[in-house]
Design a protein around this ligand. Structure first.
Ligand SMILES: [Zn+2]
Length: 494
């Protein structure tokens, strides 16, 4: 799909010096004029363009190569932050912005993918792009994407003189605009604002990779024009990637809720992007093999999308000869059952359906905050309860007695009673929380909410057939199959 006006990409500034050079070029081109800049956060997502005709959303595309974008209208319609109708019936309006995934949604999505053995997304930007290029709009809808709109493209029936005014107009029309933008009267103010966000960005619920600086006046923008590649009136200030070098002390295996074995690097603790990092996920054997990661190696680590620590590369030339290669164990470290790798999957999995790790992780998930929210039931207590054979699955929690708990390590009279109270009060939780807590494959928080809303009771959901599920918008065949399969087992039903 061709864009009516090209969507140019911006030139980059990597520090204060580059910003001052940019300012100098702008002022040389506009001698003697006052210049105001607008500085905005640069959201790490996918650039999109939305068309509104007579106030109605009619088309949405990616930026593509700037001349032609990919038509993703159907998928964008599922994004709640995009209004299908704007506040005014303007004949034609094109708005530009960024579709993105929050840090929280990104972490959750990767957790699920890790558990199901799917390829992980490297950062929220890739996750957002992957979600918008889906063939099935239901999948896009389930991904919790959002947007921030930041610019006017081609328009008819509107006139605007400044960029900041344009942002205010977008907001007035009902489009989502990031409020962390600032009008600056000179480059010093711009630099100060950029430096402030370089330190504060980790507090944001979404990833940013820099800031965008634009000349405010549209008249000045027009006179400055563009080079072949990028406009002369705007520049992107890019944050330096936060990376650090440390040593991989060990590689350990954690068996997850679905039996997937995940290797994790234990690092010599190192400061990275605002926190001390002592572990990095290695995802799976393929990644370890590809990057030739060995125990004892010096490694370059960074946070993917500023969130999850990962190993970028190791330095083979610095090896001393006592580094140890790693390979996935052939038996489960928790139960000694055989480990298999299913055809077409990257994950290794424990074959024992009753692996203690699976039931332990299942119970830990069941009691977690977004599920049944049972306070006081941490990992060590769960492990003790399983070892003492007091609990095999979540339903056993509801049969625990005071005498059972008081005998556990580090459990006093008060904490035992508190835990019993917490278990009791969890009976008042919503159906959605319970459904999510059961840990049915592919049923995340959102799917659990939709299923609870549609069926209203556990009994009705248990009796549902695959077709009753797939007709619900946002419930895809994968979820439907998994739910039916779960409730086809007698032990789950009881
Ligand atoms: Zn096992």
């Amino acid at each position: 799909m061709p864009h009516r006006l090209p969507m140019l990409s911006l030139g980059n500034a990597f520090g204060e010096g580059d910003l001052r050079d940019f300012d100098r070029r702008v002022r040389n081109n506009l001698p003697g004029e006052e210049i105001e800049y607008v500085v905005e956060l640069k959201i790490d997502g996918l650039a999109i363009s939305l068309w509104y005709e007579n106030g109605l959303f009619v088309r949405g595309t990616t930026r593509g190569d700037g001349e032609f974008g990919e038509d993703i209208t159907t998928n964008l319609r599922t994004v709640k932050a995009i209004p299908l109708r704007i506040a005014r019936e303007i004949p034609f309006l094109e708005v530009r912005g960024e579709a993105y995934m929050s840090k929280e949604a990104f972490v959750k999505l990767n957790q699920v993918r890790e558990e199901t053995g799917e390829q992980l997304f490297a950062n929220p930007r890739n996750a957002a792009a992957g979600s918008l290029r889906q063939l099935d709009p239901k999948v896009t809808a389930s991904r919790n994407l959002s947007v921030y709109m930041y610019g006017l493209g081609y328009m008819e029936g509107l006139s605007v003189t400044g960029h900041a005014q344009g942002l205010a107009l977008l907001k007035e029309l009902g489009l989502r605009v990031n409020q962390q933008h600032k009008v600056c009267k000179d480059i010093d103010e711009v630099i100060e604002y950029c430096q402030r966000w370089q330190g504060q960005r980790f507090e944001l619920p979404y990833a940013i990779d820099g800031l965008v600086i634009k000349v405010n006046s549209l008249d000045q923008q027009q006179r400055l024009g563009a080079t072949i590649k990028s406009p002369r009136w705007a520049i992107a200030f890019k944050f330096p990637a936060e990376q650090a070098i440390t040593t991989i002390k060990d590689i350990i295996i954690r068996v997850g809720r679905t039996g997937v074995l995940t290797p994790t690097a234990i690092l010599e603790p190192v400061q990275l992007a605002g926190t001390t990092v002592s572990k990095a996920t290695l995802h799976n054997q393929d990644i370890i093999t590809q990057k030739d990661i060995r125990i004892g190696d010096k490694a370059l680590v960074q946070k993917a999308g500023d969130i999850i620590p990962e190993v970028v590369q190791v330095f083979p030339e610095q090896r001393e000869g006592n580094e140890v290669t790693f390979s996935m164990p052939e038996i489960c470290p928790e139960c000694a059952s055989p480990v298999v790798r299913e055809e077409g999957q990257v994950a290794h999995r424990c074959t024992n359906e009753y692996c203690p790790a699976i039931s332990r992780e299942g119970i830990i998930h069941f009691v977690s905050r977004n599920a049944m929210d049972i306070v006081g039931l941490g990992e060590s207590i769960v492990t003790q309860l399983i070892r003492a054979e007091l609990v095999k699955d979540p339903s056993d929690l509801y049969h625990l007695k005071y005498e059972d708990l008081i005998r556990l390590e580090r459990m006093g009279a008060r904490s035992s009673q508190n835990l019993l109270d917490a278990i009791e009060s969890s009976k008042g939780n919503s159906l959605a929380q319970l459904l999510f807590g059961l840990g049915i494959r592919h049923v995340g928080e959102r799917a659990a909410k939709i299923l609870a809303q549609q069926f209203g009771s556990m009994q009705r959901l248990m009796d549902a057939e695959q077709e009753d599920l797939t007709i619900i918008p946002e419930i895809g065949p994968k979820i439907a199959e998994s739910v039916v399969d779960y409730f086809s087992r007698q032990e789950n039903r009881s």
